[in-house]
Design a protein around this ligand. Sequence first.
Ligand SMILES: [Zn+2]
Ligand SMILES: [Zn+2]
Length: 240
Amino acid sequence: MGLLLFIVLHWYLSLFFQSVFHHRYAAHNLFSMSPRWEKVFFVSCFLTQGSSYISARTYGIMHRLHHTFTDTENDPHSPHYSANFFAMMLDTRNSYNDIHIGKVVSGDAYTKNLPVWDSFEKFAHNWVTRVAWGIIYLIIYMQLATHWWMYLFLPLTLAMGAFQGIMINWWAHKFGYRNFSVDNTSKNILPVDLLFWGEAYHNNHHKFPGRPNNAVKWFEIDFGYLSMYVLQKLHVIKMN
Ligand SMILES: [Zn+2]
Ligand SMILES: [Zn+2]
């Protein structure tokens, strides 16, 4: 029970930062915040994503490339150019690494207004730190697991951020329903998106990438947007 709670909490906290900090703030500039709050987001993102910590700057560039080159061979992650889910995970990791080390040259539109904290990422975004997180997770599992099969969730814990990104980008360009006809394969995965924090409304998002609320139909609820609404009320962020 304890381990299940840990996995669920880890899922939603990691997802919150990928959806709100990486996707909506870094890639799409849907809200602004003070440099101090931005640093709080960086550190909290590191604490929740742990071994699968993703750089907001690199994510931002990669995601902007996805919007421009959706479903083409220049798309950094397209299920139509990867053989299966895990192949796409590897392909995306390669695209991510190439962007991270500056191998992919992209124009101003891709690199402007991105959150950057190089000195912090030197510490947070390296293999020693990732392995240290792996050891911490193993200790948590050893404390909380009550059956051997519970360790089968360890790979998910270790690569949480990557799994979540790929789940959305794989499923939402393959399976689901469409509210809008767009010139790409984007779909909404779930009619009620309890699992992906509003990111499952991917067809709505491709239609209106500048809209803070991904929900369109009456039955769609975007928890990512609701959390932004609360953060705005608390004067942490300001939606643009
Ligand atoms: Zn997409
Ligand atoms: Zn987007």
